[in-house]
Design a protein around this ligand. Sequence first.
Ligand SMILES: C[S@@+](CC[C@H](N)C(=O)[O-])C[C@H]1O[C@@H](n2cnc3c(N)ncnc32)[C@H](O)[C@@H]1O
Length: 239
Amino acid sequence: MLPRVTISITPYAQQQGRIHSHEPSPTLIGLILEENIQHKWLLDIGCGSGGLTFELAPYAQYIVGVDISQEEIHRARELADQKGLTHVKFIQGDAEKTPYQEFLQGRKPDMVVANLCLSNEIIHKSFEALEEGSCLIFACFHHDQWIELGIPSRFAYTEERLKEVLEKTGFTIEFFQIEKEVVKFESPEEMTDLYFKDSPLKVKWMKDGRWDRWLQYVQQGGRFLTVKSHHIVKARKNT
Ligand SMILES: C[S@@+](CC[C@H](N)C(=O)[O-])C[C@H]1O[C@@H](n2cnc3c(N)ncnc32)[C@H](O)[C@@H]1O
């Protein structure tokens, strides 16, 4: 199956201060809800402070968010308490190393979901945990995210590699889409000062070397930034 690609190119001036966020895509949420999760136990991998978990909470029977960061889990638990949710749990753990039943009191998840946390190990662990016919539904980074900087994230997949890993593991891809958002700039000032004014990205990029690559790109006359490039996938374990 070839992915459907959606691309939007927005001039910086029309961005209205919006910077790239990890908010779950409405397409991802729609795909999960169309599986009718009312009586399902879900596992949200790499849940962070619960962005996707809380979106799904009103519809699922039970949902467990797992994240490797104790800080994120602490924040997610605080939010769950504030919302008075008793069917939502957050557990600190490594989703690449722990069998998923351990997160659900020994029970197999009816579905595994993930928003921007995916690796081959997570695909394999999901396969081991799911019953035949059950789904892994996720958004993950596409190789083109921030392509202008020339340093792809180690968690990013090309469509060929993602398809290969999923199919070799034993999943059938039922939905495959790439959502891309590109910002077009008019001047170097927009690119180095204005766009990053309220964004923690600049600090992060200065630490990991991407900021120098960005300055180089701007100097060479580049005027675009691929602020989002995500695969959105529904994969079902083969029967
Ligand atoms: C881009 S954030 C996504 C946050 C969240 N899914 C959301 O919708 O807001 C990726 C998250 O994956 C978590 N993560 C990375 N590696 C992990 C692992 N091996 N096991 C569990 N969580 C992991 C990080 O701590 C981080 O919170």
